[in-house]
Design a protein around this ligand. Structure first.
Ligand code: TRP
Ligand code: ZN
Length: 869
């Protein structure tokens, strides 16, 4: 489809809608040759808006008729709009359109998947179903009727409550659903399919009985109980932590294998990527189980933060997403392991959001403009957005935050609001002044905070000096940055009374701490109290002390990451200069102490502490990225640890074996994680013994966590011939070829491999029956993971870039949303050397020059080329 000239939309241009739609009646006549949608809208002029032409949104609709108050109407139609004039103050608008869900490859609107028809309407998919004012501040009540063939599509679902159903001629049937809550169109959903269902129920605190149902493709019911459990736990948690009850009689989750994103919070009818529903211990890893908990919770939590109170416009996306991610993070921390949850959140933020905020797509958590809103479902809006909410809680305390949430719902239930409205409720409930804090919503870039300490022995006074800057936006005004600190003495004891939260508000600022006997070791930004880069000239001895003694697990971990980062970056410089890296004995000694104290500190924590910072995160710290030297340096440090600690790793590997039956509990998951970290290090030794150990684990494992960890370590083996590697990869595919989500793992493990022939492997896999160029999960597993493989994607000869450009051009028209996500793999191209930059620029220009490039990809590529869209 040819796209219009892309238009930029600006937040500052917001005006209320000229018309409102109070009630929507939809009739879907689903047939093999297309679906007919009859829409009957009860409309009226918006009293607060200036009278104007009624302009309805539409996309790929074939209009059959348009009537106002029952009479054929005069209208003007373009490919994306339908305009009517001379309308009364209140009227009924009826349109009839034909759509082609079987040919809808974008997976936006109504589309076909293996087991039936599904919808995805956020952000602007509803206009692909019928003519509508498709914006979130138009909220309506919906009554929906579906008609389809009974045998092929026995399950007919829509938002709300089932009110009537019956059979009709030619073996067809129908069902009518009514949603008692008004909602924006992006929360609309229908499903017509052949699906199995797992049912359960939940009694809310006030005694309401909610019917729960999870619908999945046939024969997958045994992979649903974990998601059902997660749903019930989420419902309970939201009652306890936030006093929020489920408002529905029916809460349904439908899993579908073709889905652009993770899941969607449609009112009472969530639609999920199968990846976040299906789990059984032999096919899903501990991380999969935990992700399911969090995504199920996320979509459920949206029922209040997103659905009951929604966004005025799409610039406010973080209003619902940042807040809901914060809520699912807190749920995950309570359910699993708070220490390592925080560590993983920050690891993820640094891997994805920090680079985004330093690259061509940098934007504030509330963007000021966009071309295609789908490009702004980003790590910034979601994960940095959650950090901003967390800072609010840090500033006003848990109780203040809870009071602010209560106030937010008291003021805005049933409304479409802005980020200011949320922060104003927090301010009203706590009395805290958030005026300066609002800059977090409006300025892009990761702030840098440089700290230094000085000690006046005579006065017993320690002075901490902070300077904040924003390299991304030199004109940025200073942020309000909460910095949690504590001081330690030279033996690693926390100084009583030294824990506090400092509030940075100026570009330069000093704080004094008095009555100290000796110069302390400061621990700054505990629990990662703000999403910033924090520089402090720590000595290795100070970091070693904090790693061993800091009681805040995040900052203990952080001390280890700082030690490792410095060593790896120094080693990368040495390797680039043709020298061999040097490792101080102290690092392996610190790692040994960690291993020895794993029982006290927790296996899960030690596993995180022994995982070196990722290449992408380290690359951000280099002036010019040398991916080969960085890769070699990081692996060399891993090998050094393996050589120094072989005995400890083998001993712990044996000691951590689990004899009881598998359960995805925090305790078991922590043990498995550390045991697999040990295996990973042993594999660095490149010995046949280690490979046999890995193959043995692969073959004997009774769960996917251990089986996959073994496979992943074997997949990295670089030897010409590694029989164990080939054997494991072949066996894995043979065993799991009918489990789509496990096949995704098989693809991912090959595209993320360190091996130099990875691109050739990935290319070959695009022709393998396991790959499906129309399925987002397969594309993410094979292609996007390759784009995140720093050393292979950024090959000096440009082969990785050329391959990615080919895949983007192959996909941009069929599925612009997914193609655009692939285009983001180029974000950091300007951080590399001139030769690589030339190759990347050529690849980007080749994409940009393609005729009729989708708006989604065009926006990303023009921004990447610096031709600001
Ligand atoms: N609102 C969804 C969530 O965060 C995100 C989502 C699901 C989405 N599918 C989408 C966003 C398609 C854009 C397009 O839970
Ligand atoms: Zn969300």
């Amino acid at each position: 489809m040819k796209t219009d000239t892309p238009q930029t939309v600006y937040l500052k241009d917001y005006t209320p809608p000229a018309y409102l739609i109070d009630h929507v009646e939809l009739d879907f006549d689903i047939r093999a040759d297309g679906t007919t949608v009859t829409s009957t809208l009860a409309m009226r002029r918006n009293p607060v808006a200036t009278p104007a032409t009624l302009v309805l949104d539409g996309e790929e609709l074939h209009t059959l008729s348009v009537a106002v108050d029952g009479k054929p109407a005069t209208y003007t139609e373009t490919p994306t709009s339908l305009s009517l004039n001379d309308l009364p103050a209140a009227f009924t608008l009826q349109t009839v359109v034909r759509i082609q869900p079987d040919h809808n490859t974008r997976l936006s609107g109504l589309y076909r998947s293996t087991d039936g028809y599904f919808t995805q309407c956020e952000a602007q998919g509803f206009r692909r179903i019928t003519w509508f004012i498709d914006r979130p501040d138009v909220m309506s009540r919906y009554t929906v009727t579906l008609h389809a063939d009974q045998a092929t599509y026995p399950v007919l679902l829509a938002n709300g409550n089932p009110v009537a159903a019956g059979a009709e001629a030619d073996g067809r049937h129908w069902a009518t659903w009514e949603d008692p809550f008004k909602k924006p169109a992006y929360l609309f959903a229908v499903v017509a399919g052949k699906l199995d269902v797992l049912r359960d129920s939940f009694r809310t605190a006030s005694g309401r009985e909610v019917q729960l149902a999870i619908y999945v493709e046939p024969d997958k019911l045994d992979q649903c109980p974990h998601a059902m459990d997660a749903l019930k736990k989420s419902m309970k948690w939201d009652e306890e932590r936030f006093g929020l009850e489920c408002d529905l009689d029916h809460y349904m989750i439908v899993a579908v294998g073709d889905f652009n994103m993770g899941a969607m919070e449609n009112k009472g009818l969530n639609i999920f990527n199968t990846k976040y529903v299906l789990a059984r211990s032999d096919v899903a890893t501990d991380v999969d189980f935990e992700n399911i908990d969090r995504v199920v919770a996320h979509e459920y939590f949206h029922n209040w933060t997103g659905n009951r109170v929604t966004c005025r416009d799409w610039f406010q996306l973080s209003l619902k997403e940042g807040l809901t991610v914060f809520r699912d993070q807190e749920f995950g921390a309570d359910l699993h392991n708070r220490q390592t949850a925080r560590i993983r959140e920050v690891r993820g933020l640094r891997a994805a959001q920090f680079p985004e905020d330093a690259g061509p797509m940098a934007h504030p958590i509330r963007p000021a403009s966009f071309v295609e809103i789908n490009n702004f479902y980003t790590a910034t809006v979601y994960e940095k957005g959650a950090e901003v909410i967390r800072m609010i809680q840090t500033l006003i305390g848990r109780d203040g935050f809870r009071a602010g949430m209560d106030e937010y719902f008291r003021r805005h239930d049933g409304q479409a609001v802005t980020c200011e409205d949320f922060v104003a409720a927090m301010a009203a409930a706590s009395g805290f002044d958030f005026a300066q804090f609002m800059r977090w919503y409006n300025q892009p870039g990761t702030p840098h905070v440089a700290a230094s300490g000085s000690f006046d022995a005579a006065a017993g006074r320690y002075t901490l000096r902070f300077t904040q800057s924003n390299p991304r936006a030199s004109d940025a005004a200073p942020y309000l940055i909460p910095v949690r600190v504590a001081l330690f003495d030279g033996e690693g004891h926390l100084l009583a009374g030294s824990e506090q939260t400092l509030q940075l508000t100026a570009t330069e600022q000093e704080f004094h701490i008095d009555n100290l006997a000796a110069e302390p070791v400061p621990s700054l930004l505990r629990d990662f109290s703000a999403p910033v880069y924090l520089d402090f000239a720590y000595t290795p001895e100070q970091l070693t002390l904090l790693l061993a003694h800091e009681s805040d697990p995040f900052n203990a971990w952080e001390a280890g990451q700082r030690l490792a980062s410095t060593l790896i970056l120094d080693a990368a410089r040495a390797i680039a200069a043709g020298q061999s890296p040097q490792w101080p004995d102290s690092f392996a000694a610190a790692a040994r102490r960690l291993l020895q104290t794993q029982a006290q500190r927790g296996a899960a924590f030690v596993a995180e502490a022994l995982t070196l910072p990722g290449e992408g995160t380290l690359a951000e710290m280099m002036e010019v990225v040398d991916p080969d030297a960085l890769h070699a340096a990081r692996n060399a440090l891993r090998r050094h640890l393996a050589e120094e600690l072989e005995g400890e790793f083998s001993g712990l590997y044996a000691a951590l074996a689990i004899s009881e039956a598998y359960a995805p509990t925090a305790a078991q998951a922590g043990r498995r994680a550390l045991r697999n970290v040990c295996l990973g290090y042993l594999m660095e030794l490149d010995t046949d013994a280690a490979r046999r150990l890995a193959l043995q684990q692969f073959e004997k494992a009774d769960n996917m966590t251990d089986q996959f960890a073994a496979l992943a370590s074997l997949a990295n083996v670089n030897a010409e011939l590694c029989p164990q590697r080939e054997q494991a990869l072949a066996a894995f595919y043979a065993t799991w070829q009918d489990e789509a989500l496990v096949v995704d793992k098989w693809l991912a493990v090959q595209s993320t491999s360190r091996r130099p022939d990875t691109l050739a492997t990935v290319k070959a896999l695009t022709a393998h029956p396991a790959f499906d160029a129309g399925n987002p999960n397969k594309i993410y597993a094979l292609i996007r993971n390759f784009g995140a493989n720093l050393v292979r994607f950024n090959a000096a000869d440009g082969s990785g870039y050329a391959f990615m450009a080919d895949r983007i051009l192959d996909l941009h028209d069929r599925n612009p949303q997914v193609a655009s996500r692939l285009a983001r793999c180029f974000d950091r191209w300007k951080k590399f050397d001139d030769t690589r930059q030339d190759h990347a620029r050529a690849a980007l220009q080749r994409i940009r020059n393609h005729p009729d490039l989708s708006r989604d990809v065009l926006e990303v590529v023009t921004r990447s080329l610096g031709e600001a869209a």
